[in-house]
Structures are given as C-alpha cells and as structure tokens.
Write a protein that binds this ligand. Structure first.
Ligand code: GDP
Length: 309
C-alpha cells in the first residue's frame, strides 16, 4: 500500500501544469518547418498516407493548432507555430510511434515551437531565450499560441537547425548561420550569468541539427561543428573590438565587463569552442541528420529532444 500511496503523493506534488517546450531556431531555409512537420506527422500510418497521396492531396495537410500546416511553410508570419508532441514515459518512443496521451497514460507531452528565421524577425526567438517575452505570460501566449494560451510552458531546449548542404558551398551561409547562433548562445549565456539569487536558472541545452545530410554537398556534423566554432570565434573578435576600444579589457574589473558584454564563452580566450559554454552550464551538441531524402534521418534529433523534455 505504501508504494501506491507514495506514487499518488508524488503525482499530487508534481501536477503536470507546465508543458515543456523546445524552440526551433535557425536561418531561413534550414529546414525548421520541414522538421516540425515531420515530427507532427510522426505516426507511420499518417506518414504512409501522406507519401501515397497524390501531389494535389498533399498540400493542405494536418491541422496544427487550428491552422493548416501549409500556413507554416511561409515565414511571413511574425508569430511562431507550435505543435504538441508526445514521447512515451520511458522516452524510448520514436516520432513515428503513436503515443497514448489519454489521461492516465504517463506519456510526456511537449510543445515544439517554430520561429521565423528571417533576420528581421529573429528578435522574437531571442526574446524567449532571455526571458523578456516569457512563453508563460498571457499576453504573449495568446498572440503566439492562439489555441494553447491557457497552457503554461517551460523552455527545456533549443534546436538550432542549419543547412549543412549550403554551409560551405554558399559563401553567405556560414557567416549568417554563425551570426544567428552567436546571438542565440549569447542570450543563453547572459540568462545563466544574470540569474538572480543563489538559485541558477535551469540550463537550456542546444542541439545544432546539421540538416540536409542527404545532399552530396552536405558537410558532416564534425565539420559543421568546427566551422561554426571558427566562425563564432571570428564574430567574437569583431564584436569585442568595440569593447576593447572603449577601454574594457580582460584585466578590467568584472563590473565593467558586465554591462553590454558580448563576449561568448571563456573570456579572453583566443579560440572559441562550444566546450567553453559548459562554464555557463550550456551543453551544445552538433548532430547530423535529414528531414527528406536518404540519410541518417531525424531519429537522433528526436532522441536528443526526448532526453531533455
Ligand atoms: P525553414 O525556413 O527553416 O523553416 O525551412 P523549411 O522547412 O521551409 O525548408 C526549406 C527547404 O529545405 C524546403 O524546400 C525543404 O523541403 C528543404 N529541406 C528541409 N529539410 C531538408 C533535408 O533534410 N534535405 C533536403 N534535401 N532538403 C530539405
């Protein structure tokens, strides 16, 4: 009887009031919406229906938060689209599995939130990372999640999608992806560094999804990682120039560093590496995959997310 009682006590103590969420960010065209749609269509039967249907039938597909998915394929909207997904209690289910989310099941539900990748609209995604636009606040919630406004959500992880097929073949791709990633990581770093009181904020890990591994131009994950690190290091140097010109150097006291500090990672270090973010309790993983075509697929990303929501 005791274990049963304990079980109920535990359930009562941890009501499932807050829906965990995972934010999808990255440059336009990286494959964020494609990934969201893949995970949303998850169940194999639906997937097969989708694949066997004619082109004409394909377009207005599933209903996501009350609006057709086709509406998600454009990036003109300032508000992100969110889908509710679920993993089995033991976190072993694939995105292809139909997970029982009926009341009484222990499946974990979470929100996957797509954000516009266009440079002018990135502010939106970034504001969620710094907490200035809390996903919990009713005003933003109603604007962002029309149908899920009453639900609270707690940001658990960030997936930064990058087009590994274009990263080195398109000269603009690496600098622009790194520029965005720099802002994402810096926001998370500031969030960790600026935590008030003795309790540090819960850490938010980052998955860099090196997408489009089906393309022959695709750069493998290890190279995506080293290229991003090198580019982030360059950006750090450029951005710190202003800081150094203003007389704030490595030797200056911490208070001078604190306001407007745009230095990512270990202060004063020559080379940037993702490992330097461990100091701020930010884990960064770079994992290759693809949403369409032949390749490793999206299972590893799903697993990464499942372990963190
Ligand atoms: P978003 O702007 O990041 O949301 O990117 P989209 O999801 O709209 O995808 C941009 C384009 O990339 C679309 O034409 C997708 O079909 C394509 N795409 C997405 N993922 C993959 C992939 O893994 N491989 C290939 N070859 N194309 C992909």
């Amino acid at each position: 009887l005791l274990p049963i009682l304990l079980h109920f006590l535990l359930l009562a103590a941890t009501p499932y009031a807050t829906l965990p969420s995972v934010l999808l960010v990255g440059p336009s065209g990286a494959g964020k919406t494609a990934l969201l749609t893949l995970f949303e269509r998850g169940p194999l039967s639906k997937q097969e229906d989708y694949e066997s249907s004619t082109e004409a039938e394909k377009s207005p597909s599933p209903i996501i938060d009350g609006s057709p998915a086709s509406a998600l394929l454009t990036h003109t909207s300032q508000t992100p689209a969110a889908v509710e997904l679920a993993i089995s209690d033991d976190r072993s289910s694939s995105f292809r599995d139909e997970v029982d989310t009926s009341s009484g099941s222990n499946a974990r539900k979470f929100l996957l939130v797509d954000t516009p990748g266009h440079a002018k609209l990135r502010r939106y995604a970034l504001s969620h990372l710094t907490g200035t636009a809390s996903l919990k606040s009713p005003s933003t919630a109603s604007a962002s999640f029309p149908d899920s406004a009453p639900k609270k959500t707690k940001l658990k992880a960030v997936v930064f999608v990058v087009d590994a097929g274009a990263l080195l073949s398109d000269s603009e791709a690496l600098p622009s992806a790194a520029e965005y990633l720099y802002d994402v990581l810096l926001s998370l770093q500031k969030r960790m560094a600026g935590g008030k009181g003795s309790k540090a904020p819960a850490s938010i890990p980052v998955l860099v999804a090196a997408n489009k591994q089906d393309l022959f131009t695709a750069v493998p994950a290890a190279l995506v990682k080293s290229n991003l690190e090198a580019e982030l290091g360059r950006i750090r140097k450029t951005r710190s120039r202003g800081l150094l010109d203003s007389g704030v150097g490595a030797d200056d006291d911490v208070s001078a560093r604190e306001d407007g500090d745009d230095w990512l990672g270990e202060y004063g270090s020559e080379k940037f590496s993702f490992n330097q973010l461990m100091e701020f309790d930010i884990e960064v993983d770079v994992v290759g995959g693809n949403v369409v075509g032949d390749g490793p697929g999206a299972d590893k990303w799903w697993k990464w997310i499942a372990e963190r929501v």
